[in-house]
Design a protein around this ligand. Structure first.
Ligand code: GRF
Length: 214
């Protein structure tokens, strides 16, 4: 991403989130809990899954949040799938899209439909260890510190301006699983914080930096 950008204008009072999931939904739960505990001033307008069996859908239903399933296999192209999801998010008045373990790549048109208004959480200190199984990648590489990143989504995978990061030490006795569990604790802490910062505004994108007003 190059050049300067800024937060989307208009709709500042709108704090409606659309959360996209594919599975377990523990980050979705962290967002639900942060809203309930008033650490995050937001409202989840809809939870969308590309898998009907995603456990996160039950978390949404238990919290009384509307859900929608868009099964990617039923669409003839990625563009058609993306367009259907975008229409649903717009219909629900979503201002900020939060990817929370959503295992589909979103194309250029989807990203363009929500300029600087899509967040993703990734279980490494980006730009290290992009893609799948980032915790295992870090463990196998032998790094001593890894962590979690919340970033604004651009068309490139696990790229885009970094909103929040948290470091997690890799301990000698760690397995990929124990490391992933400690990273997850930090994910659950920084995702609501990042959402709050983005919704509060007063930031701009400079080059690839997310710059907050001091
Ligand atoms: C998390 O580790 C997240 O960083 C990654 O996918 C996982 C989703 O977990 N993008 P959950 O569904 O939120 O429990």
């Amino acid at each position: 991403m190059s050049g300067q950008g800024s937060e989307p204008t208009g709709g500042r009072g709108n704090r409606r989130l659309g959360v996209l999931i594919s599975g377990r939904g523990s980050n979705l739960q962290a967002i639900i809990d942060a809203i309930a505990e008033r650490r995050l001033d937001a409202e989840i307008a809809v939870v969308i899954s590309n898998r009907r069996d995603a456990a996160g859908l039950d978390r949404a239903r238990r919290a009384g949040i509307g859900t929608a399933v868009f099964s990617h296999a039923s669409y003839e192209s990625r563009e058609a799938f993306d367009a259907a999801v975008a229409v649903e998010l717009k219909r629900r008045g979503v201002r900020l899209v939060c990817l929370a373990g959503f295992m589909r790549l979103l194309g250029d048109s989807f990203v363009a439909a929500f300029p600087n208004a899509i967040l993703n959480i990734h279980p490494s200190l980006l730009p290290a260890f992009v893609g799948l199984d980032a915790q295992r990648q870090a463990w196998e590489h032998g790094v001593r510190v890894t962590g979690a990143t919340v970033h604004i989504v651009t068309p490139e995978l696990d790229d885009g301006p970094i909103v929040r990061q948290a470091a997690v030490p890799v301990l000698p006795a760690d397995t990929p699983e124990s490391l992933a569990a400690r990273i997850l604790v930090e994910e659950h802490r920084i995702y609501p914080e990042a959402i709050q910062a983005v919704l509060d505004g007063g930031w701009r994108i400079d080059g690839r930096r997310f710059v907050e007003a001091s």
